[in-house]
Design a protein around this ligand. Structure first.
Ligand SMILES: CC(C)(COP(=O)(O)OP(=O)(O)OC[C@H]1O[C@@H](n2cnc3c(N)ncnc32)[C@H](O)[C@@H]1OP(=O)(O)O)[C@@H](O)C(=O)NCCC(=O)NCCS
Length: 185
C-alpha cells in the first residue's frame, strides 16, 4: 500500500506543506547556497531550472508511493525556509528514512527541531510506523546534534558508504523507534 499522503502539519511556528511549484523561488534561495548543499546529495542550484528538475524528481519519487516531500513554511510570513523528505518507506517493516535542509539565515533557531519533531510524531502516530532512520555525514555537526537532541540513537558508522561530488565519505546511521523516549514538543 502506498504511503498515505498526510495533510499539512502545523507546529507553533510552521506549516509542513506538500511541495509545490510555487515554493521553488524560496527553495532556490536555500539550495543556491553552497553552505546548505555541502552535505546534501545534490549540487548547489544555479537556476530555477535546477529547482524544476528537482521538483520533477521529487514528484516521481512520491508517485512510487514510498515518499513524501514537504516544505517548512513559516506561518508568520509564508516564506518557505526549508524542506523535509520522508522516503524509502518499507511497509513490511513499518520503517522510513528522513532527510531535511534549512535556509542558512534560519540556522540555530530551532526551526528544524520543531519540524522533525512534528514529522516523527506524525510518522509514529497517523502513519503507524515503527522506526525512522537518518544518514548523516559525521562532519555535519549541526545535523548530528539535531538528531541526538530529538532522541535518535547513533547506531553505527558506515565507512566510505557514499561517493558524491568527487569524494567518498563515511555515514553515521541514526535510528529512532516508536518505543524510544523522546523529548516533549
Ligand atoms: C542541519 C540543520 C537542518 C539544522 O537545523 P537548525 O534548525 O539550525 O537546527 P536547530 O536550531 O534545531 O539545532 C539543532 C541542534 O544542533 C545544534 N547546532 C546547530 N548548529 C551547530 C553546529 N554548527 N555545531 C554543533 N551543533 C550545532 C544546536 O545547538 C541544537 O542543539 P541543542 O538543541 O542541543 O541546542 C541545518 O543546519 C541545515 O539545514 N544544514 C544544511 C543542510 C543539511 O546538512 N541537512 C542535513 C543533511 S543530513
Amino acid at each position: 500500500m502506498p504511503l498515505p499522503c498526510f495533510e499539512t502539519l502545523s507546529t507553533p511556528r510552521l506549516q509542513l506543506s506538500p511541495v509545490a511549484e510555487a515554493h521553488l523561488d524560496d527553495l532556490l534561495r536555500m539550495n543556491g547556497d553552497d553552505a546548505v548543499t555541502q552535505y546534501l546529495p545534490y549540487a548547489t542550484w544555479a537556476t530555477r531550472a535546477d529547482g524544476e528538475a528537482w521538483l520533477a524528481r521529487m514528484q516521481a519519487l512520491q508517485a512510487t508511493g514510498g515518499a513524501q516531500q514537504r516544505v517548512l513554511q513559516r506561518r508568520a510570513d509564508g516564506r518557505v525556509i526549508g524542506s523535509l523528505l520522508l522516503f524509502k518507506h518499507d511497509e513490511g517493516s513499518r520503517r522510513i528514512e528522513l532527510g531535511y535542509a534549512l535556509a542558512r539565515d534560519c540556522w540555530g533557531q530551532g526551526w528544524m527541531r520543531e519540524a522533525v519533531q512534528a514529522a516523527c510524531a506524525h510518522a509514529f502516530g497517523v502513519l503507524q510506523l515503527r522506526r525512522i532512520e537518518a544518514e548523516v555525514n559525521p562532519d555535519n555537526a549541526a545535523s548530528c546534534a539535531l538528531l541526538a537532541r530529538l532522541g535518535f540513537t547513533l547506531e553505527g558508522r558506515l565507512r566510505q558508504r557514499w561517493t558524491a561530488k568527487g569524494r567518498s565519505y563515511d555515514t553515521n546511521l541514526y535510528g529512532l523507534l516508536d518505543s524510544d523516549a523522546r523529548p516533549a514538543a
